[in-house]
Ligand binder design. Structure first.
Ligand SMILES: Nc1ncnc2c1ncn2[C@@H]1O[C@H](COP(=O)(O)OP(=O)(O)OP(=O)(O)O)[C@@H](O)[C@H]1O
Ligand SMILES: [Mg+2]
Length: 447
C-alpha cells in the first residue's frame, strides 16, 4: 500500500497496520465523523483531547441548565407565559439533548429583553428640604412628616413601605406639590411627565367596554408611551383574553379592573411614574408582569406597596416611617432595610448591654439569609450576560464555519477568531462568578 500512488481508503481495527499506512485518520463516533491529518500514532492523544473538550462543553451546558433551573426556581417568573416557554424548553433540553439549538433560542429570547437602563445622569427630579406636615384631628395633632429632607434623582425607584395610615399617600401628595407642606419646601424638576396611579382608582367608567376604555377616541389603536399599538395586542400584554375586549369594564373582576387602570397608567408617556398600591388584588402572574414592566421602565418611580417581595424586586431604595413623622431612606430593597434595621437594633442593644453590664440581651439575632443587594444585582446581571455571550459565541462559530470566509477575507476571519476566544474566556469567567454567587446563595439560605 505504501508503494501505491493513488489514494487509499482503509477500514481496519488493526492498529499496527494503520500505524504503518495511514497518513490521515477519520474517526466515526456517535454519528459524527472527525478527521485528523496525522498518522495513527497520534490517534490516542487526539481522541482523548476531543473527549476532554466534549466534557468541558457538557460542563458548560450543565451550568446553563443550572441557570435555567434557577430561573425556574425563582417561582414567580416561572408562572409567566413567556417563562412557561422557558420551562418547557428546559425539559426539552433534558429529554432531547438538542442542547445547543435550544441554548441558542434561549439566548436569543433573553437578549431581546435587554433593557435600556437609561442614563444615570444624576439629574434631580424631586428635592424636599426640611419638609413637615401635621394634620389637626379632634384628638390632637397627627404628625405625618417631620423635617424630611430627600432627593430623588432621575432613574431612582423609591419604594414607600409602612403600615396603613402611616402617611405614604400624604407624603406622595406633598412630594408632587398636590398638598402644601406646613414647613420646608419641595422642588420638582421641570419637564416632568407625571403618571399617577391614584390609590382610589376612580378612573374607570363601568359601562364602557375594555376596548373603548383603552381607545376612548375610537379606532383600534392605543398610544403606548408615544407609539401606536393595536388595542387587542396591548390588552393581551396585560393578560386580557380577546373575549373580554367587548365586555363592559364594570363586569371585570376587581383584580382585572386594577390591571386595566395599570395598563392605562403605563401607556402614558411619563418620566415620573407614581404608583400608589398598584399591587392590591393582583394575582401572581400580573404582579410578575408588572415587575417585568417596571424593571424595563427607565424613568423615575415612586412606589407604594404592602407587598414586600414586590418592593424588593423593583426598587433601588426604600422610605419607611419610623414613627412621629420621621422617615428613613435605606438604599437597596426591603430586605436590605430589614437587615440594616436589625443590625442597628442589634448594635443599639449591645451598646445598651455594655452600658448596663447586664446579661440580658434582647437583640434579635438575625443571620443574613439572603445575598447582599450588590451580589443579588450582580447575579441578575450575570443571568443576562451569560446568554448574551453564549449567543455571540454561537454566532461567531457559525460565521467561522463558513469555509470560504478565510479565503475571502483573512483579516475578518482573524478578527472573528480573536473575538471568539475572548468571548469564550468572558463566558467562562461569568459562569465561574455565577456559580460562586449561586453557591453563596445556597449556603446562606441553608444557614
Ligand atoms: N386631610 C386630612 N386631615 C386629617 N387627617 C388626614 C387627612 N388626610 C389623611 N389624614 C390622616 O393621615 C394619616 C395618613 O394617611 P395616608 O392616606 O397618607 O396613609 P397611608 O400611609 O397612605 O395609608 P394606606 O396604607 O392605608 O394607604 C391617616 O391616619 C389619615 O386618616
Ligand atoms: Mg395610601
Amino acid at each position: 500500500m505504501k508503494a501505491f500512488r493513488g489514494a487509499v481508503l482503509v477500514v481496519s481495527h488493526d492498529r499496527r497496520f494503520l500505524e504503518n499506512v495511514a497518513t490521515s485518520v477519520a474517526w466515526l463516533r456517535q454519528g459524527v465523523v472527525r478527521q485528523m491529518d496525522k498518522g495513527y500514532t497520534a490517534f490516542e492523544e487526539w481522541t482523548e483531547q476531543v473527549e476532554a473538550e466534549e466534557e468541558k462543553a457538557l460542563d458548560k451546558l450543565n451550568t446553563q441548565l443550572k441557570a435555567e433551573e434557577r430561573w425556574m426556581a425563582r417561582g414567580v417568573t416561572a408562572r409567566r407565559k413567556r417563562n412557561m416557554g422557558r420551562v418547557r424548553k428546559l425539559h426539552e433540553m433534558r429529554s432531547e439533548g438538542r442542547h445547543r439549538k435550544t441554548a441558542l433560542n434561549e439566548a436569543a429570547s433573553t437578549a431581546s429583553l435587554a433593557i435600556d437602563s437609561g442614563s444615570q445622569s444624576g439629574r434631580l427630579v424631586i428635592e424636599a428640604k426640611n419638609v413637615s406636615k401635621t394634620f389637626q384631628t379632634p384628638d390632637g395633632a397627627l404628625p405625618i412628616v417631620n423635617n424630611l429632607s430627600l432627593r430623588v434623582m432621575r432613574g431612582d425607584r423609591l419604594g414607600l413601605v409602612g403600615p396603613n395610615g402611616a402617611g405614604k399617600t400624604t407624603l406622595l401628595k406633598l412630594l408632587l406639590g398636590q398638598l402644601p407642606p406646613d414647613d420646608g419646601n419641595i422642588r420638582l424638576a421641570k419637564n416632568l411627565d407625571i403618571a399617577y396611579l391614584d390609590q382610589t382608582r376612580a378612573t374607570l367608567t363601568p359601562d364602557m367596554t375594555l376596548w373603548n376604555t383603552l381607545a376612548p377616541l375610537g379606532g383600534d389603536q392605543i398610544i403606548v408611551r408615544g407609539y401606536p399599538k393595536h388595542v387587542a395586542a396591548y390588552a393581551k400584554d396585560f393578560l386580557f383574553e380577546s373575549r373580554q375586549l367587548h365586555q363592559p369594564v364594570g363586569a371585570l373582576s376587581g383584580g382585572e379592573r386594577n390591571r386595566l387602570t395599570l395598563a392605562l397608567a403605563l401607556a402614558k408617556p411619563s418620566n415620573l411614574l407614581i404608583l400608589d398600591e398598584p399591587t392590591n388584588d393582583l394575582d401572581i402572574e400580573t404582579l410578575d408582569l408588572l415587575e417585568d414592566m417596571l424593571s424595563e421602565f427607565d424613568g423615575t418611580l415612586l412606589l407604594v406597596s404592602h407587598d414586600r417581595a414586590f418592593i424588593d424586586n423593583v426598587v433601588t431604595s426604600v422610605l419607611t416611617p419610623e414613627g412621629d413623622g420621621v422617615w428613613l431612606e435605606t438604599p437597596g430593597g426591603y430586605a436590605d432595610y430589614v437587615s440594616q434595621r436589625n443590625a442597628a437594633a442589634k448594635q443599639a442593644a449591645s451598646a445598651a448591654k455594655a452600658e448596663a453590664k447586664s446579661a440580658a440581651n434582647p437583640a434579635q439575632k438575625t443571620a443574613a439569609s439572603k445575598l447582599t443587594y450588590k451580589d443579588q444585582r450582580r447575579l441578575e446581571e450575570l443571568d443576562r450576560l451569560m446568554p448574551e455571550r453564549q449567543e455571540e459565541i454561537i454566532n461567531l462559530e457559525d460565521a467561522m464555519a463558513d469555509g470560504s470566509l478565510f479565503g475571502k477575507d483573512p483579516k475578518a476571519f482573524q478578527a472573528r477568531a480573536n473575538r471568539l476566544s475572548a468571548a469564550r474566556i468572558e463566558l467562562a469567567t461569568y459562569e465561574e462568578e455565577w456559580l460562586a454567587l449561586e453557591a453563596k446563595r445556597e449556603a446562606l439560605s441553608r444557614s
